[in-house]
Design a protein around this ligand. Sequence first.
Ligand code: M6R
Length: 618
Amino acid sequence: MCGITGYIGNRDAYPIVVNGLKRLEYRGYDSAGIMIYDGKNIQLTKTKGKVSDLEVITNKEEERKKGNIGIGHTRWATHGVPNDVNSHPHLSKSSDLVIVHNGIIENYDSLKKELITRGYTFKSDTDTEVLINLIEEVKKEENCKLGKAVQLALNNVIGAYAIAVFDKTKPDEIVVARLGSPIAIGVGEGNSEFFIASDASPFIEYTKNAIYLEDEELAIIKLNKGIKVRKIKDDSLVDANIQKLKLSLEQIEKGGYDHFMLKEIYEQPKAITDTFRGRMLPDEGLIKMSGIDDHLQKFLNANRIIIVACGTSWHAGLVGEYLLEDMARIPVEVEYASEFRYRNPIVTANDVVIAISQSGETADTLAAIKLAKSKGAFVFGICNVVGSSIARETHAGAYTHAGPEIGVASTKAFTTQITLLTLISLKLAKSKGTLSNSAFRMYLQNMQLIPNKVADLLKIDDKVKEIAAVYKDAPNCLYLGRGFNFPVALEGALKLKEISYIHAEGYPAAEMKHGPIALIDENMPIFVIATNKGHYEKVVSNIQEIKSRSGKIIAIVTQGDTQVRKIADHVIEIPETEEALTPLLTTIPLQLLSYHIAVMLGKNVDQPRNLAKSVTVE
Ligand code: M6R
């Protein structure tokens, strides 16, 4: 949670830091702040609200914008309500030191009490203000430089952090450090300038060279001199590995769409293709995935596969369970990472754990991985963000290659995660002989057609919009599906809740009669996935049960369906495909529906209230 940016170089820092904050706003957007050092003074501006609110203030006072060094922050509140005072950056008591912080200092209360006994006072309720004063106290006590003081202070801290710290008395450097929260450093030509950010998007137009700090590392970034990276624990020097970024500016802009979410929905044909490109070879009847190939025996000999994830990624994991068990006949359990990590689960060295995460930074998923590793399990990661913490923490893995997902509501991450899980299931099924060669080839051919079918489905956007207009004012909605499409029902409900704030529940269709049926009356819209294979007849019976109770039915059916059309109030058709592949199609109209309802209700689609894109706190 929270985004941090920084710049030190010869350009004006303000536009770089502020534009960087706009790109990081997906991480948190309840307050924003910036510090610019003008060569003499620290100019601090911070406010409750979005980066645009911050700009309203800075635009009135041009003085606040002058200087070549700056740090900035966009916040998702943890300690202290969102208000001007709790916004970052925070100053130390002497006002010489300034900090921006992403994460949580768990022992801040005891540190604060200790600092109070030493004469410190606090303006905010934040853990961050405690940290910057701790750094100041250590610097004074040890009579040391900023880098050393940050290192010593962090050794007394319990929690998670990505920080950037500036010292007015030594204004040619910025010190950054990480534990559990990401930090990337962009390196300009000849060390003439450096960029700091929670991810590389804020500096992509300036440099393609980036260093990603590892956990428990601290970097001293010195203008014209370079970067020194050290281990926080023992002060040992680390070789900073400069990576070449593949990200482009175009990828992180809206490209003519009104919202990132809509752009990302429309990117799915390409994203799915990119996920299987080079991996799925239908002509050769092969799936190549080095992360699996190199560890094939681990998967084939596994007692079971445990999938850990959160939110939408957990829903994709549930589709994975249906796929893996159906195709590869390997027992699968799907766990909320947040529960798994604390419930003393039974995990052995014969288990394979698959961790799924778009961001690769979700704190609960990361902790679940660490727990599984400590018990000897082999952990495989499915991530979208290249070089993310989860990608690095796992033994092996595969990237979804969906491209940056900025909208807080996950869309293309979901379908590309399912695409990867389908490839993995097919590959394991082939290796185990649980799927015949002809069935395997048939699946590959059908998979190859999915991107075009998704593209076709996107053409019915106007029809989905009409349905959205009918149901936009409903206070509650139900989503029903069976088999492979039960997780899609859950995901459909989550999408609606997240961005339109309408209460929605996803249920296995047959479970409806065990309780939720009591909710049904003429005001209740029910979205039912009723594709023509699998449990079709059973779902049709469920639809009849709803109709008898006057519920409104919006059914997702296969093209050419006649039976459901007779009963449903609205039908949305998807192209024909194998039942196991239908989640890649049935999801699309539900995403569009949520999007249009949220837009019609005037909600902030890309930045829904109370949410953040990556949840790097527990
Ligand atoms: O980055 P991750 O996939 O680990 O994120 C997990 C959830 O936080 C995420 O899917 C969340 O539920 C989204 N807002 C869903 O749209």
